[in-house]
Design a protein around this ligand. Structure first.
Ligand SMILES: *[C@@H]1O[C@H](CO)[C@@H](O)[C@H](O)[C@H]1NC(C)=O
Ligand SMILES: *[C@@H]1O[C@H](CO)[C@@H](O)[C@H](O)[C@H]1NC(C)=O
Ligand SMILES: *[C@@H]1O[C@H](CO)[C@@H](O)[C@H](O)[C@H]1NC(C)=O
Ligand SMILES: *[C@@H]1O[C@H](CO)[C@@H](O)[C@H](O)[C@H]1NC(C)=O
Ligand SMILES: *[C@@H]1O[C@H](CO)[C@@H](O)[C@H](O)[C@H]1NC(C)=O
Length: 449
């Protein structure tokens, strides 16, 4: 009996019905989605043309994620803009935690450590030997790459009215005991990090130190101090298509002005943070892709405008997430370039190539250090008051036209003969030889820790 009953009502038709209902729902869902897509695409004057195959377009749209509340596609070196429009004036939602007013920064005691002069001192300087530092970069090892005049290694920074504390690597390690010191920024900041590692590594045995392979985050560890000195490549502070530490994208700069958290996730647990950002904003306009917009649509803004948006996003992170009782943050101001000899020696040509001594004119300021940028940085940092210490390297580094690698470094690209015969044409007047100027930036950091 029961056997027959079963035969009359098999499960099969019910399963089939369910299947068709699902298919129907899927089609309906896709139809409405596609209407929404078309609407949106029209609104945005985007160049997608919807063909016959709705499913395919739905898949494309799925990737574009405009209505699915998933996180946006991460920018990388392959990211491009499908459409670029003028900057709309839009700002991030940054102001929640930022004080509105400008706080007058407390002076560091009586003395302004950033105003002074360079004194030749070949008994105390250099603070380490270029060839004794296993972590030296070929971009900065000027003696190794043929520089013969080594005076650039022998200058001490003498602030007016006081002296910098003497560098002491053991004392620095004691300050770093159980801590993570992290440098975050571009290649200038990386130079400062290498300088710090070189300044510190000699006092600990080789077996008690280690360095991870070069990556976006590179870590130097000192076992006995349970401490690390790290570098995070983030040249534009916020997420960008230039975040690959080796293969930088240079031609089209795209940033997500509202995406600081992706980088912050890597720095948020550091105890001491040293940030910089400047030169990557000096190559013309940048493009903005807001996180919740369709990928591919960009707004174009000036480099300075882009930097201000990035600085505001960064400042909001500092104001809301950083714990000043546990963490310390520093911002290193713009590192000057020396591209135009006529600026320090009127009626001459050339650049920093062959410069062997610092500039003595104390009011000297070159065109490479953009005053509008400095004003903006000062305004943003002013609102963070005591949460961020400024390491104002700009003026003191302005004097050091002699401190750049020029032709005495490794160049990754092959240089054609017509360039090789004119050293000025490929001189690096941006970075700094080590030992050299960045060691003093670190002495200032040591002073303020
Ligand atoms: C330091 O410089 C002075 C003057 O140029 C020179 O006479 C002296 O030999 C140098 N000392 C060292 C240790 O290089
Ligand atoms: C460096 O610092 C250590 C630890 O604070 C101290 O013992 C040593 O005397 C200092 N060295 C110099 C040359 O001041
Ligand atoms: C080492 O330092 C980290 C913080 O950087 C801390 O979490 C950990 O407890 C320390 N370990 C020891 C053994 O002190
Ligand atoms: C010193 O530098 C300033 C600013 O760059 C310039 O205006 C001035 O003429 C220079 N003075 C001398 C004596 O070269
Ligand atoms: C850094 O110092 C220069 C003068 O040397 C000054 O004009 C500038 O405002 C300072 N920047 C900051 C952020 O304090």
């Amino acid at each position: 009996m029961t056997h027959r009953w079963h035969k009359k009502r098999p499960h099969f038709p019910f399963v089939t019905l369910l299947f068709f209902i699902i298919i129907l729902l899927t089609i309906l869902y896709n139809e409405t989605s596609i209407k929404r897509i078309n609407q949106q695409q029209d609104d945005l004057k985007k160049k997608y043309v919807f063909g016959q195959d709705h499913f395919l377009n739905f898949a494309t749209f799925w990737k574009q994620n405009a209505f699915l509340k998933k996180s946006p596609v991460t920018l990388d070196k392959f990211s491009t803009c499908d459409l670029t429009v003028k900057y709309s004036g839009r700002k991030g939602q940054y102001d929640a935690h930022m004080p509105k007013s400008y706080d007058k920064r407390e002076e560091q005691g009586e003395c302004d450590y950033f105003s002074g002069k360079w004194v030749f001192d070949n008994t105390s300087y250099p603070l380490y030997d270029e060839f004794d530092c296993p972590y030296m970069s070929d971009q900065l090892a000027c003696h190794k790459h043929g520089r013969q005049d080594l005076g650039y290694q022998n200058f001490r920074w003498k602030p007016h009215g006081c002296n910098l504390k003497r560098w002491n690597a053991t004392e620095m390690w004691e300050k770093l005991q159980g801590k993570r010191l992290m440098f975050v920024g571009d290649s200038l900041n990386r130079g400062q990090w290498i300088s710090m590692v070189c300044l510190l590594q000699s006092v600990i045995p080789a077996t008690k130190q280690s360095m991870t392979p070069n990556a976006q985050l590179t870590i130097f560890r000192a076992e006995d101090y349970n401490a690390s000195v790290e570098f995070l490549w983030a040249p534009l502070l916020v997420e960008s298509n230039s975040d690959d530490p080796v293969d930088h994208r240079l031609d089209e700069r795209i940033i997500r002005p509202d995406s600081i958290l992706r980088h912050a996730a890597r720095w948020e647990h550091a105890d001491i943070l040293v940030f910089n950002s400047y030169l990557w904003w000096r190559q013309g306009s940048v493009k903005l892709q807001w996180s919740r917009e369709n990928d591919g649509i960009c707004e174009e803004i000036s480099g300075l405008g882009g930097m201000e948006l990035a600085m505001e996003a960064w400042a909001e992170w500092v104001a809301s997430k950083m714990n000043p009782l546990k963490q310390k943050a520093f911002f290193v101001t713009m590192s000057p370039t020396h591209f135009l000899r006529e600026e320090w020696q009127p009626e001459s040509s050339g650049n920093c190539y062959n410069e062997k001594t610092p500039i003595e004119n104390e009011t000297y300021w070159g065109s490479g250090s953009d005053i509008a940028t400095m004003e903006m940085v000062k305004k943003v940092l002013g609102r963070l008051s005591s949460k961020v210490n400024v390491i104002n390297i700009t003026q003191l580094s302005e004097y050091r036209k002699d401190g750049h690698p020029t032709i005495y470094r490794k160049f990754w690209e092959t240089l054609p003969p017509e360039k090789l015969s004119k050293p000025e044409s490929y001189s690096d007047c941006i970075h700094w030889c080590l030992p050299g100027v960045p060691d003093v930036w670190n002495e200032l950091l040591f002073q303020f820790l």
